[in-house]
Ligand binder design. Structure first.
Ligand code: TXA
Ligand code: MG
Length: 351
C-alpha cells in the first residue's frame, strides 16, 4: 500500500488525477492549487464548471493554506469531528485555484479520517480537491470497482483499499453564516453540530431557492448567481433504472413499508417491467407473495442506519448492473444518519 500511495502522490504532484478511498466514498483528487490539474477532474467527471469541489487537508497547517480565516465557532467542530465526515465552508485563500470553488468566495474543506486518504495527502504535501469519483449526477462510488465502472480510461490511477466504511458523503456546513447552514446531511448530524456550536439552519431547496433553480437537472445550464451550494440543486445519485421509494407516509412502521414494497413490485411486474428490490435483512417475503421476475439486493439491517448507509450505493449500482427497469427501495426513517439516507434516496428518485 505504501508503494501505491507514493506512486499516487507522485502523479498528483505532477498535475495528474487519482481516485482514492475516504471514510465516506471514493474521491477523485487533484492538486487544489493547480488550475490545470483541477480542470482535469471536471473533464473526467463531465462535471459542469459551476459545481464547486471540496478540498481535503491532512493537518491544521494545510488548512491555513487553503482558508484565509477560520471562525471561532468552527473550533469545537474541528476538535470533535476532524478527522472525519464534516465539510466546512470557509473563506477561501488565494492559494486555492478559482476552478475549485467555481468562483465562489468560500471553499469547502474537510480532513478525512481514512488512513489511506491521510497518507496520500501527507505524502503529496498538497491540499487535494476531490469530488466523489463518479460521473456527474451518478451514484457515488464506495469501491475501486465502482470508480472504474464510471472513470476507467479517464483517470491516471485509483488506489484500491476495499469498501468505504461509512458509505455516504460528508455533511456540508457553512460555518460563516449566522446561523450556520447545513447544505448536505451526512454522518455528522445537525443535532450534534448544534450541541457544540450553536444554531443550525437546515437548507431546504424548495424554500430557499426559486422553483426554477430547484428543477434543474444534471447537465443543464448553470443555476446562476445566488445559489449558495450549486451542486445540491440537481438530480443526483441516479441509477439508470427508475427508483421508486416505499414510504409508509406515517412514521417508519416496517410492516406498512413492506406492504407498499409488495404493491410497487406487483404494479411493476404487471406493467411488464423488470424490478429490483433493496431488501433489508430479515425482510424476506413469502415466495407466494413474490412474482418470479425480480432481483434482490440484500441490504443492511433496517434497525441500523449505519449498516444501511454502507450498502446504499453498492446496492443501487448492483441492481442497475442487472439491467432492471425499476428499483424499489424502502425509505428509512429520518433520525440521525437516516436524514442523509433520505436525502440521497429522494434525490436519486427525482426524474
Ligand atoms: O464525503 C465527501 O464529501 C466526498 C469525499 C470524496 O470527500 N466528496 C464529495 O464531493 O461528496 P462532491 O463534489 O461529490 O460533493 C460536494 C458537494 C457538492 O454538492 C458541492 O456543490 C458542495 O458540496 N460544495 C463544495 N464546495 C462548495 C462551496 N464552496 N460552496 C458551496 N457548496 C459547495
Ligand atoms: Mg458527488
Amino acid at each position: 500500500m505504501q508503494a501505491a500511495i507514493a506512486q499516487a502522490a507522485e502523479i498528483l504532484r505532477a498535475g495528474g488525477i487519482v481516485a482514492f478511498p475516504t471514510e465516506t466514498v471514493y474521491g477523485l483528487g487533484a492538486d487544489a492549487t493547480n488550475s490545470s490539474a483541477v480542470q482535469k477532474i471536471f473533464m473526467a467527471k463531465e462535471r459542469p464548471a459551476w459545481d464547486p469541489l471540496i478540498v481535503h487537508v491532512s493537518d491544521e497547517a494545510m488548512l491555513r493554506r487553503v482558508a484565509r480565516f477560520v471562525p471561532e465557532r468552527a473550533q469545537p467542530l474541528m476538535e470533535a469531528f476532524w478527522p472525519g465526515p464534516l465539510t466546512m465552508l470557509l473563506e477561501k485563500s488565494d492559494a486555492v485555484a478559482s476552478e475549485v470553488t467555481a468562483g465562489l468566495m468560500r471553499v469547502g474543506v474537510r480532513m478525512p479520517k481514512h488512513p489511506v486518504a491521510q497518507a496520500l495527502i501527507r505524502t503529496a504535501g498538497l491540499p487535494l480537491a476531490a469530488p466523489s469519483a463518479n460521473r456527474f449526477g451518478r451514484i457515488s462510488p464506495t469501491t475501486a470497482d465502482h470508480v472504474l465502472q464510471d472513470l476507467d480510461g479517464r483517470i491516471d490511477a485509483v488506489i484500491d483499499a476495499g469498501p468505504c466504511p461509512l458509505g455516504v458523503e460528508s455533511t456540508v456546513l457553512d460555518v460563516c453564516e449566522s446561523p450556520m447552514v447545513l447544505y448536505r446531511p451526512g454522518a455528522v448530524t445537525a443535532e450534534q453540530i448544534a450541541a457544540l456550536a450553536g444554531e443550525v439552519r437546515v437548507y431546504r431547496p424548495e424554500v430557499d431557492e426559486t422553483a426554477e433553480t430547484s428543477s434543474l437537472i444534471a447537465g443543464s445550464a448553470s443555476p446562476g448567481p445566488g445559489v449558495a451550494s450549486p451542486g445540491l440543486e440537481v438530480r443526483h445519485y441516479a441509477p439508470r433504472a427508475k427508483l421508486l421509494l416505499a414510504d409508509s407516509g406515517d412514521g417508519d412502521e416496517g410492516w406498512r413499508i413492506r406492504l407498499r414494497m409488495l404493491d410497487l413490485l406487483h404494479e411493476t411486474v404487471e406493467r411488464g417491467q423488470r424490478a429490483g428490490l433493496m431488501l433489508p435483512q430479515g425482510w424476506e417475503f413469502a415466495p407466494e407473495d413474490l412474482p418470479l421476475e425480480k432481483r434482490i439486493f440484500h441490504w443492511g439491517s433496517w434497525e441500523s442506519a449505519e449498516s444501511l448507509a454502507k450498502g446504499l450505493f453498492a446496492g443501487l449500482r448492483y441492481l442497475d448492473s442487472l439491467g432492471v427497469d425499476v428499483i424499489i427501495c424502502p425509505l428509512p426513517n429520518h433520525a440521525g444518519l437516516g436524514a442523509a439516507l433520505q436525502d440521497r434516496l429522494r434525490k436519486a428518485a427525482q426524474s
